[in-house]
Design a protein around this ligand. Structure first.
Ligand code: EPU
Length: 428
């Protein structure tokens, strides 16, 4: 199994560019099912979840090719909408459910394995299904699979009872090819949703209000391909490096990014005493001296992202005093806590709250990554810990961070990967 070896303490300094956002690229890839024409995507991150989505699309009949400028997807033959999205793929990546909306809208049926639980919580898809049902789909749940069918979807008004990112994306894709107008209420507002909408509009869809709670979609008969759609910068990856600057007493310039998407993190970094400078599409975070503790409550966008909660917790282990972190989006997203405590942190979990008492002198040891963002948290802790930190099961990290060790090395960190061959571990 691949591991990271980090010898600390390190100070991050220099310039870094985030890859394209994994969570924007995943629905963009699924959207290629909505047309027969080629869809060309640039700034697609070369991460494991994207490779899994490519495999799933290939299984359904979509051909793809990596080119210098990005990923090209096109219909490689008959689309096998009745071919199920198998459990083997869905269990490794919940985002596989993103094929439901496009398959149903375009081919009248879809069959996807139910994702079940995952490391960070139960994560049901009831809202995806209720929304598609509102558009006229018949939903059957049998033998661990969800079967959807509808000869032609019809526009409708639907209000999500929970704001869901991939649920909103599934409905945007489905409603784009439905007959008539769909009004979706209580939609998630993450920037990745607006990026998907921009791609769909470039494909000929009529969408208004994406990125706000109410989205109106006027269905069209067909969609066409796009010559180029550039995926937005990954705000979570970029945010991870900015936290890396603050935790290590460093100075990092994040370039070619959308600062507004990172506003909740930048506000916190400024509050804890880091220097934050925003200019155009660049963000510089620098820090020296003690950090002030500040509480955080995760919330859907534009709140503090759950996907940065673990990394922020690593940061709070270095703040002088006590900070409380409340996780409201997922029920089981504190699995990094025991590992941080093994490195010398002092964190107590009570239900959805984690109380971090800092500043702790962390020391290197072997720790186990349990999910994608928990892995990033342990790497950040490893940057400041004295001695060698070995982060095991780094395949979790590879799901969403493109060659993190190379980017960290460029910023001056002493980090290396052991056990080569990036794709050698099949158990994601
Ligand atoms: N929920 C329901 N019913 C549903 C859908 C969601 O109850 O039908 C609940 C979930 O259980 C959760 C909350 O609603 O408590 C929000 O979940 P959401 O559906 O928004 O999450 P998601 O779409 O499954 C995406 C990202 C996650 C990110 C969350 C929240 C993708 C592919 N994944 O997941 O990314 O944490 O939104 O922002 O876009 C990650 O990248 O590490 C990651 C986990």
């Amino acid at each position: 199994m691949e591991k990271f070896h980090i010898v600390g303490p390190n100070r991050l300094a220099g310039t870094v560019r985030a890859s394209g956002a994994k969570n924007a690229a995943l629905p963009a890839l699924a959207a290629s099912l909505l047309t027969d024409d080629p869809v060309n995507l640039s700034r697609v991150p070369a991460v494991r979840d994207i490779r899994t989505m490519v495999r799933l699309l290939e299984h359904l009949g979509v051909a793809s090719e990596w080119r210098e400028e990005g990923l090209r997807l096109w219909r490689g033959g008959p689309i096998r909408s009745a071919a199920e999205a198998p459990y083997e793929l869905v269990k490794t990546m919940r985002a596989s459910v993103l094929v439901l909306g496009p398959l149903l809208a375009r081919f009248g049926s879809a069959r996807v394995s139910l994702p079940g639980g995952c490391a960070i919580g139960v994560r049901p898809i009831d809202q995806h299904l209720a929304g598609l049902e509102a558009l006229g789909a018949e939903v059957k749940l049998e033998h661990g699979y969800v079967d959807l069918s509808a000869p032609r979807l019809r526009g409708a008004r639907f209000a999500f009872s929970t704001a869901t990112v991939t649920g909103t994306e599934n409905l945007l894709m489905a409603a784009s090819l439905a007959q008539g107008t769909t009004v979706l209420e209580n939609c998630a507002r993450e920037p990745e949703i607006a990026d998907l909408a921009a791609l769909l509009v470039a494909m000929g869809a009529k969408i208004d209000g994406a990125g706000t709670p109410t989205v109106t979609i006027e269905g069209v008969a067909q969609l066409h391909g796009v010559d180029e759609h550039q995926i937005i910068a990954d705000r979570i990856e970029g945010g991870t490096y900015l936290i890396g600057a603050a935790i290590s007493g460093g100075d990092v310039l994040l370039v070619d990014t959308e600062p507004a998407d990172l506003a909740p993190l930048l506000e916190k970094l400024a509050e804890i005493g880091a220097r934050v400078e925003v200019e155009g599409r660049q963000i510089r975070v620098a820090h020296q001296g003690p950090l002030a503790p500040r509480n955080v409550i995760t919330a859907p966008h534009p709140g503090f992202p759950t996907d940065l909660q673990a990394q922020y917790m690593a940061l709070m282990t270095q703040a002088e005093g006590s900070a409380t972190i409340c996780e409201t989006v997922f029920e089981n997203r504190f699995q990094h806590v025991p590992e941080l405590n093994r490195m010398g942190a002092s964190i107590r979990v009570e239900g959805t709250f984690a109380r971090v008492q800092g500043a702790s002198a962390l020391s290197g040891t072997t720790v186990m990554a349990t999910d994608l963002r928990a892995s990033a948290c342990l790497v950040l802790a490893g940057l400041v810990a004295r001695g060698e930190t070995v982060v095991d099961r780094i395949y979790h990290l590879d799901r969403g961070y493109e060659r993190m060790e190379l980017k960290l090395q460029k910023l001056g960190a002493r980090v290396r990967r052991s056990n080569a061959a990036a794709d050698s571990n099949p158990s994601v």
